[in-house]
Every structure is written in structure tokens, then in C-alpha cells.
Write a protein that binds this ligand. Structure first.
Ligand code: BGC
Ligand code: BGC
Length: 798
């Protein structure tokens, strides 16, 4: 099945039909005065100044002096990028740096035009790179609130806190629709349901930018918003980050495109391109989707920003040069480090006519238009703007109160047997688990650092852990709260709350091969408490639904708390009663994702023909509706099979590691990226190896084979060797007999490798492939499969 998908992924180049996409009327009409001012300015700019507008370096590699020399249009800080590379840079340091960049961009001493620079940052759950900012639940939790007005308010607060530190532009919201929960960015998305994504995106953008047509639009305390990542990032094969989306054009439009409709209806001013591909073609080079669909049919007249060297992945491009991405419609390159070379190459390409002056003018016009709409010339230095330096507005009590409300509304009650919740606070409450007193874990990725790792509670001044919230509510009512991370106790508590779940991750680092949540440590804690007769509440922190049947079974109550952010008190607000015994706050959260019943349900969405979730989209108990959840099956054999027999599927190799000689990696004409090209001359190889050798003797005896999906593009000119362990066979005749350009599965019985000298009881390299000649091919899945017939072995290579 997966193999088939992959075949589809790389075989046909897919056409786009712009007329199938809705024609959108712009909600921000062109202002003739602005358009004229843009034209006037354009006519005074040199080609060098124009090219500089389309370059966005990172503050880690560019200085205000560079900005003064080149007049770049923008800078960014990446996740975990801070002024001076100081992790704890203060809000004042951020503002001072913003002033320096602004001043440099406005310098006219060398005859260049004064054009305010804009600084972009990933404020994806609040102003999340700044110590002391209010951090909200990640989008997956906000989707569960269905409270769109609250989401708008969160956008407003985020814009306010950004303005305090002088940042003009947020790389949010993510409007992806995550369809495979193995994707490491699932938590950055509001829902698997395109309609929820559309509403949430619309309201969040309204909060960041202000309502189009109103006096506040891009005015005081507002920032430029970015809908990202265009398009299809949530629908890649196997949920692989930056992978390939092979859905139809209709699905692209109706599922992955819905958030962009919401964004257009709210006048979003920038869109970021995805590092994923559609049917093998890199989005950064996809002219039909960027120019014909987004700028054409959807009427987008803001500017397009690339994503972190995404242009470098386009066929024939590198991080330092990519006229094709620019010509496809990318208006500004995000080029963290290689800005100098990219600037020079782009300039040369304009001079040589490889990039037309119309295209350059169009890109610069879009950037200037947005800057003028944002009133940046009259706004002055970031510190002089209305909110600049108003530190009382960063992480304020009022802002934290809204974040706390969001926590209350986002958590979803999945199980509450015997009506264990809400808890009377006048009892002895044990709080356990490594997430209990751990604000970093509560916050997830994109928190002070890119991965959200390495944070301690001291890094969150003003924030509250879940434990701290429970303790204060229990103690205020005269009860007794005890923190015991490992769950041990001397006096038996009346009830235990165990907080555990996924550790922080971001982007592909969070990609999973399956959705089974494995955590023996906390499962043991839950079981021990249960065995001791202590009623147990599980509070599960995660960036996605995961298969947790054993944990559900071991708990009387189970709450999906997502990644709630800095205001941990919001949890106690719902879990505990008020002292007089009344319900303090009931649960309001409803799942914005379907929750798996089977460990193999990695793709589980409401529209599936065979939709059998454990809890459907929209599920969420309240204290009013009771329901007893029976004990659930815990069989994982289906997953075990996937794990043991898969060596490399849809780009995932875990637990094996893929090693490819870099010089072999190449891209096909369609912008695909999986073609391997052996230039000949010396022996070069691709291999998969692991740290733990596996024992394949039984499979060898039972007649299993190594199955390799391969498409030959150019037949081998010299012998090709395939090895498993120490056994090597000659597969040249096989490769020569496969028709060029067609996928075939090549099966080599394991006994052939044994006969060639492999010790099948200790295989640490299940796949090694090399030739010294010329050859071009692609691989899809590499698996161990049982075989009914036993073909002859290829000749052995000694
Ligand atoms: C940056 C992130 C970026 C990532 C991509 C990191 O070093 O901090 O913002 O998304 O690299 O490679
Ligand atoms: C991510 C973007 C992010 C950018 C800047 C990229 O790697 O994909 O979402 O905005 O880095 O940090």
C-alpha cells in the first residue's frame, strides 16, 4: 500500500488547473495613494536596492552594518535565534536590536532610499522566543476550544507582545491541515478538519493584523501575519515533514487549501511557501500553484516569503542561487546564512535577463505595498512606536489570564469512570509524573529554543507549572498536595494526578514512524497507584492524538491536555472543585482530531471510508454527561510487524540510519528529489545501518526475502553490488532487465546473502548498494517480506 503511494509520488508530473480554484475578491482594496507612492519609490531604486529588498538573512549572520550597506528588505530570527545569540536576551535587547536594524535601513547617507526593514519571527504560540512572554496552548489545543473569539484575542495579545520588542512580522498562523498524525508539526495545526482550520486562521489573523477595512488594520500594536506553509504540508506521504504530498488537486484545494481561503478573507499580507513537494515537485518552484492559483485566482497581492533555504531544494538550485523559485513567484528569499552569494547571484540573474525586470518589480512592489500598508515610514523606530518598550504589556497579568482561559477551554476529557473528576480539593492529592512541575514540557517545541528543549522553570518568569496550579488550589481549600515525580508515597493519598507525555520537539525531529505512545516509566507509576487502591487521573501532554490504550486502562480518568503553554493553573481550574463542592469550570474542549482505536491508525480522518476511531472528531466529555469506558484491547502485533519488517518506507528508516554519498543525491527535472545518479569513476554507495544488529536466521529459514522497490532511469554501465551484512550479490543482470522508467520490486531471498557469507544472526547493515559505473535510479520501499516461491540467487561477489 505504502509502496504504491510512493510510486504515485514520483511517477507522473501533475498538472494544476487554476480555473478549478475559487476566484477570491480582495478584502483589502488597492489604495491608489499607496500604489502611487510605491511606483515613485520603485522608480528611484537601483537594481541593487531592489534585489536587496527580496533577501531575508538571519540576525545570526547579518549585522546592522550589513543592512546599512545593502538595504535588505527584511531579517529574521529562527527558532532559538536571539539578539547577540544570547539565549536570555532581554526584551530590551530585542528592541534595541530592532532599532539598530531599522536605523540602518533608513540610512540615506550613501544615496540609497530609506525603506524600513521588517523583522520576522515565529510567534507560533505567543511571542515564543522571548523570555517572559505569555505562551498559549499550541494550535492543536486552540482548535479544541472552538472558541474563535478567544483565538482572535490570542492573536491580538501576540501582536501586542511582539510590538513591545519591536518585531513587525509574525510567521504565523500555520494553516496546515494535518492528516497523518505522525507528522512532527501536527501540534502546530488547529485540526484535521479544514473548516476548523479556516475559522481559526481567519480569527487569528484578525487578531494579529486587525480587521481589514477597520481603522486598526496594521496600525498601532499590530503585526503582519503569515499563512504557512503553502500548500499541502499537512498531507505528505506517511506524515513526513518536508515530504511529498500526492493527493489530488481537489484534495489540495478542499482540504489543504481551506485555511488559505480564510486567510485571504481576512487580508493576510504574507504567505510562506512549504518545503514539501506536490507529486514530486518542490513547492518553492511551483509556478502554477504560487503564481496562477495563489496570486491569480485567490487574488493575493501581499508578498510570498520562502521558507528557510527552501529554494535550495528546487531542481537546479542551491541555497546560493535560485532564479527558478523567484520566477515561480517567491517574492522574498529566506536565506539565513548564504545571503551574500544569493544576493550577488540574483543580481547577476536580473542583469542577464534570467529574471525579468517585470518579475523583480512585481516582487518589490508587493513588499513595499505591505510595508506602506503597515505605515512603517511614519511609525518611526520600533522603540518610538506606541507599544515599543512597554514592558508592562509583555507577559502581563491580563494576557496570562487569557492564556489560562485558553488552557481551561482546550483540555479534553476522554475518560471519567466513576465520576472521579472533578476532585474535591480538601483531600490529600498526590501529583506525579515528569510533566507535573515542568513548564518546558508543558510548552512543547518553538519555545525559547527551536526544539523547545533545555528549558527549566526558571526560564519562564511569570509562568506556572501544572503542579503549582494544583497546589495552590488544594492548599487554599485546606487540602494537602504532594509532588512526587516517581509516584511514590508514604501516606496513601485520596487521589493521584499523573502528568506525562511527549517531550518537546519541532519540525521533522518530531516525525514518528507509528502512533503508539510508549512510556514504561509512567505506565508503571499508573499501575502501581491503581494496585495500591489510589484513584488515578492521567493528564496527557502531547502534540497529537496517540494510541494510549494501556494508559487509558490504567487510569480512572484521562485528560488530553495538549501543550498548554506557560499558564499551568488553567488545569486546576477545571480538575478541582471549588471549596464548597461546586464545579469550578466544566470541560469545554472537544477533539479537533480523531483519536485512534488501533495502533495502526496512523491516518485517521472523519472522511475515511472505514472510520472507526476510539473517540471521534468533536468528542469530549463534560461533568454532565457520564459514560463509563470499558477496558480496551492492547494488542500491538500489527505495529510490531511494521516495525520489524520495514527497513525503509516512505523515507523513514528508523531504527536504521540511511547513508548516502552526497554526490549521488540529485533531483529530477520535475523538481523531485529522490533520484540517485552515479557519475561513474569511483565506487560510491548508499546503505542503511543500525546500532543494534538484528537476528534474521528464522526469517532466512522461513524463506523471506529482501524486497526493494526500484525504478531504473539509466541502466548500469558496470557491475552493481547489493549486500546484506557481509554477503554480497551481483544484481547487474536484474537491473538491466527491468524496463527503464517503471517501478519494479526486486526480491532477493535472504538465503542468497547467507550463501554469500552473511552471518544472518547479526545483521547490522541490511542494505548496501554500490557501483563504480554510471547508473541512475530511484528507490521507494525496502522491506523484508515472506515469499511463496524461491527464485534462484544472483551470482555472489566475493
Ligand atoms: C532554526 C529554525 C529553523 C530550522 C530549520 C533552526 O536552526 O532555528 O527556525 O526552522 O533551523 O532548519
Ligand atoms: C520553518 C518555518 C519557520 C522558519 C523560520 C522553518 O524551518 O519551517 O515554519 O517559520 O523555519 O524559523
Amino acid at each position: 500500500m505504502l509502496a504504491l503511494l510512493f510510486v504515485a509520488a514520483v511517477s507522473a508530473a501533475q498538472a494544476i488547473h487554476p480555473e478549478r480554484w475559487p476566484q477570491v475578491t480582495r478584502v483589502v482594496p488597492r489604495d491608489p495613494q499607496i500604489e502611487k507612492a510605491v511606483d515613485d519609490l520603485l522608480s528611484k531604486m537601483t537594481v541593487e536596492e531592489k534585489v536587496a529588498q527580496v533577501i531575508q538573512p538571519s540576525i545570526a549572520s547579518v549585522t546592522p552594518a550589513d543592512v546599512k550597506a545593502y538595504h535588505f528588505g527584511s531579517v529574521l530570527n529562527g527558532g532559538g535565534g536571539w539578539p547577540g545569540d544570547v539565549r536570555k536576551a532581554s526584551p530590551k535587547d530585542w528592541l534595541a536590536k530592532a532599532d539598530e536594524f531599522y536605523t540602518a535601513s533608513m540610512d540615506t547617507s550613501d544615496g540609497k532610499q530609506a525603506i524600513p526593514i521588517i523583522w520576522g519571527s515565529d510567534a507560533v504560540h505567543g511571542h515564543s522566543n522571548i523570555v517572559g512572554a505569555t505562551l498559549f496552548p499550541h494550535n492543536i489545543g486552540l482548535g479544541a476550544t472552538r472558541d474563535y473569539d478567544l483565538i482572535r484575542r490570542i492573536g491580538e495579545i501576540t501582536a501586542t507582545e511582539m510590538s513591545v520588542t519591536g518585531i513587525d512580522w509574525s510567521f504565523s498562523p500555520v494553516v496546515a491541515v494535518a492528516r497523518d498524525d505522525r507528522w512532527g508539526r501536527t501540534y502546530e495545526t488547529y485540526s484535521e478538519d479544514p473548516e476548523i482550520v479556516r475559522h481559526a486562521a481567519e480569527k487569528f489573523i484578525e487578531g494579529l493584523q486587525g480587521a481589514p477595512g477597520s481603522a486598526v488594520f496594521l496600525g498601532r500594536g499590530k503585526v503582519i501575519a503569515t499563512a504557512k506553509h503553502f500548500i499541502g504540508d499537512g498531507g505528505t506521504v506517511a506524515g513526513k515533514d518536508q515530504g511529498d504530498n500526492v493527493t489530488s488537486e481537489y484534495e489540495l484545494r478542499d482540504i489543504h487549501g481551506r485555511g488559505y481561503l480564510g486567510a485571504m478573507q481576512q487580508g493576510v499580507q504574507s504567505v510562506m511557501i512549504s518545503q514539501s513537494a506536490w507529486h514530486g515537485r518542490e513547492m518553492h518552484g511551483h509556478r502554477a500553484l504560487i503564481t496562477d492559483v495563489l496570486k491569480g485566482r485567490l487574488g493575493f497581492d501581499g508578498f510570498i516569503i520562502g521558507d528557510w533555504n527552501g529554494h535550495g531544494q528546487v531542481a537546479r538550485c542551491s541555497n546560493k542561487s535560485c532564479p527558478d523559485a523567484f520566477n515561480a513567484g517567491v517574492d522574498m528569499f529566506m536565506v539565513p546564512d548564504d545571503w551574500k552569494a544569493l544576493y550577488e547571484n540574483t543580481l547577476a540573474q536580473v542583469r542577464a535577463g534570467e529574471i525579468s525586470s517585470e518579475r523583480l518589480n512585481d516582487a518589490v512592489r508587493r513588499i513595499l505595498r505591505v510595508k506602506m500598508r503597515a505605515g512603517l515610514w511614519s511609525a518611526g523606530k520600533p522603540s518610538q512606536r506606541p507599544l515599543g518598550g512597554h514592558l508592562e504589556s509583555l507577559g502581563s497579568v491580563e494576557h496570562r489570564e487569557i492564556a489560562r482561559q485558553a488552557v481551561r477551554e482546550s483540555i479534553v476529557l476522554l475518560k471519567n469512570n466513576g465520576a472521579l473528576l472533578p476532585i474535591r480539593p480538601q483531600q490529600s492529592v498526590l501529583v506525579a509524573g515528569d510533566g507535573a512541575d515542568n513548564i518546558g514540557k508543558q510548552c512543547g517545541g518553538w519555545t525559547l529554543t527551536w526544539q523547545g528543549d533545555g528549558n527549566t522553570n526558571a526560564d519562564f518568569p511569570g509562568g506556572t507549572s501544572i503542579w503549582a496550579g494544583i497546589r495552590s488550589a488544594v492548599e487554599a481549600a485546606g487540602g494537602r498536595a504532594t509532588l512526587s515525580v516517581d509516584g511514590s508515597f508514604t501516606d496513601k493519598p485520596d487521589v493521584a494526578i499523573v502528568v506525562f507525555g511527549e517531550n518537546p520537539y519541532a519540525e521533522w525531529e518530531g516525525d514518528l514512524k507509528n502512533i503508539v505512545y510508549e512510556d514504561d516509566k509512567h505506565l508503571t507509576i499508573l499501575r502501581k497507584l491503581k494496585d495500591a487502591g489510589v484513584p488515578v487521573v492521567s493528564l496527557f501532554l502531547s502534540g497529537r492524538p496517540l494510541w494510549v490504550n494501556p494508559f487509558l486502562n490504567a487510569s480512572d480518568a484521562f485528560v488530553a491536555a495538549w501543550l498548554p503553554g506557560t499558564e499551568g493553573e488553567g488545569i486546576a481550574d477545571v480538575l478541582l472543585r471549588v471549596p464548597d463542592g461546586n464545579v469550578r469550570n466544566d470541560f469545554r474542549g472537544k477533539l479537533s482530531f480523531s483519536w485512534p482505536k488501533l495502533p495502526t491508525q496512523t491516518v485517521l480522518n472523519r472522511e475515511d471510508a472505514d472510520y472507526v476511531p476510539l473517540f471521534p472528531l468533536g468528542f469530549g466529555l463534560t461533568y454532565k454527561n457520564r459514560r463509563e469506558l470499558p477496558s480496551l484491547p492492547v494488542d500491538t502485533s500489527g505495529v510490531k510487524e511494521i516495525r520489524e519488517n520495514t527497513i525503509f518506507v516512505a523515507g523513514h528508516a528508523e531504527p536504521w540510519k540511511l547513508h548516502v554519498d552526497e554526490r549521488l543525491m540529485s533531483q529530477d527535472e520535475a523538481g523531485g528529489r529522490r533520484i540517485l545518479r552515479w557519475p561513474g569513476g569511483e565506487r560510491r554507495e548508499i546503505s542503511l545501518s543500525g546500532t543494534q544488529p538484528v537476528d534474521l536466521t528464522t526469517k532466512t529459514k522461513e524463506g523471506w526475502s529482501l524486497a526493494v522497490d526500484v525504478m531504473v532511469e539509466k541502466r548500469p554501465t558496470l557491475p552493481v553490488a547489493l549486500s546484506m551484512g557481509e554477503g554480497t550479490v551481483d544484481i547487474t543482470p536484474r537491473l538491466r532487465s527491468i524496463p527503464v522508467g517503471e517501478w519494479r520490486t526486486m526480491r532477493i531471498p535472504l538465503r542468497c546473502f547467507a550463501a554469500a557469507g552473511a552471518d544472518m544472526s547479526r545483521i547490522d547493515t541490511p542494505f548496501r548498494f554500490s557501483t563504480a559505473g554510471e547508473l541512475e535510479l530511484r528507490f521507494a520501499d525496502i522491506e523484508l517480506t515472506p515469499m511463496k516461491t524461491q527464485p534462484a540467487c544472483p551470482p555472489v561477489i566475493k
